[in-house]
Design a protein around this ligand. Structure first.
Ligand code: SF4
Length: 304
């Protein structure tokens, strides 16, 4: 096994193809509404998050879910589904409001898993207890946007939280045994060297998280990064592949790899264009791993 694919895990766990339904449940983000900042992360444009979200906009949540189920059945032959609260910050609100929105999952018998995407500074015990309560019927995940362990980078990209916030969120979440934890990281952030990125890989590896989503930095139209980036700052496909392979080597073999490239609609993408061939990027990573006779976790055991 080159790396531990999330799709394989879901298939084995639930006995059939499980498709993810990504929704916009109408939340906001404290990094956009003025609470932390009103500018947002410099790369952020939630329109690029996902096709369903783009098409549905903030249409009714039920319609987004029903469209997602129909599309998953038709395109992938999926029989079961994971509901992913993706857009913006999905724990940003009073617990009663969160519960009212999460509860919609109980209306759909084919949904077997629930995943909540959020910022690491937007959870507390009460919210995590609420999320954990869905483990009565669902596999439950929380996905934290980390992006990098380097506070200077987090500050530059205007995340509005620190690495310590992420560590705290992981610590709080781990007090519950019924919530799985995934982190999102971005490779190629401004000012980061390969050594910096590998420091993030080592730190995440040592945390032995349940899952990770690895994204290449890409520039989306209308973002602040689009106005300031320099073409030479972006990774080439070969550079990205080389770094991802090294990143995977430093992760625990038990961490599920949920994503290795980005999904961005061509009409919103400024650069790099190579991310438009998502399957090609994944094939290139796998080929490099085979050629290099390496695998996820190859360097992980040496660190503990
Ligand atoms: S935390 Fe997420 S939703 Fe908020 S500005 Fe950053 S990327 Fe966008």
């Amino acid at each position: 096994m080159l790396y531990y694919k999330f799709s394989d895990y879901l298939k084995k766990r639930f006995g059939c193809r499980v498709a993810r339904i990504s929704v916009d449940a109408g939340f906001s983000c404290p990094n956009r509404d003025g609470t932390i900042s009103s500018d947002g992360c410099i790369f952020c444009d939630n329109r690029a998050f996902n096709i369903a979200v783009r098409n549905a906009g903030r249409g009714p949540l039920a319609s987004q879910i029903e469209d997602g189920i129909a599309a998953g059945k038709m395109r992938y032959g999926a029989k079961k589904f994971m509901l992913y609260f993706q857009a913006f910050t999905n724990t940003y609100g009073p617990p009663a409001v969160l519960k009212a929105r999460y509860d919609i999952v109980r209306n759909y018998d084919d949904i077997v898993a629930l995943s909540i995407g959020t910022r690491p500074d937007c959870v507390n015990d009460e919210i995590l207890d609420l999320i954990g309560s869905y483990s009565d019927r669902y596999e439950v995940w929380v996905e934290y946007g980390l992006q990098s362990i380097h506070d200077r980078t987090l500050s530059f990209i205007n995340r509005g939280h620190t690495y310590a916030d992420f560590n705290n969120a992981v610590r709080l979440t781990r007090k519950r045994k019924n919530i799985k934890i995934a982190a999102h990281v971005i490779i190629g952030l401004p000012g980061e060297t390969k050594a910096d990125i590998f420091e993030t890989a080592r730190a995440v590896g040592l945390m032995n998280l349940d899952g990770i989503k690895i994204n290449p930095l890409h520039i989306i139209k209308g973002t602040r990064l689009a106005a300031s980036y320099k073409k030479n700052d972006l990774l080439t496909l070969d550079e990205y592949v080389d770094i991802v392979v090294g990143f995977l080597e430093q992760l625990s073999p038990g961490t599920l790899i949920e994503r290795l490239s980005a999904d961005c609609p061509w009409e919103l993408l400024v650069a790099p264009r190579w991310i438009l061939d998502k399957q090609g990027v994944i094939r290139a990573i796998e080929a490099a791993m085979i050629g290099g006779e390496t695998r996820q976790g190859k360097k992980w055991t040496k660190q503990i």
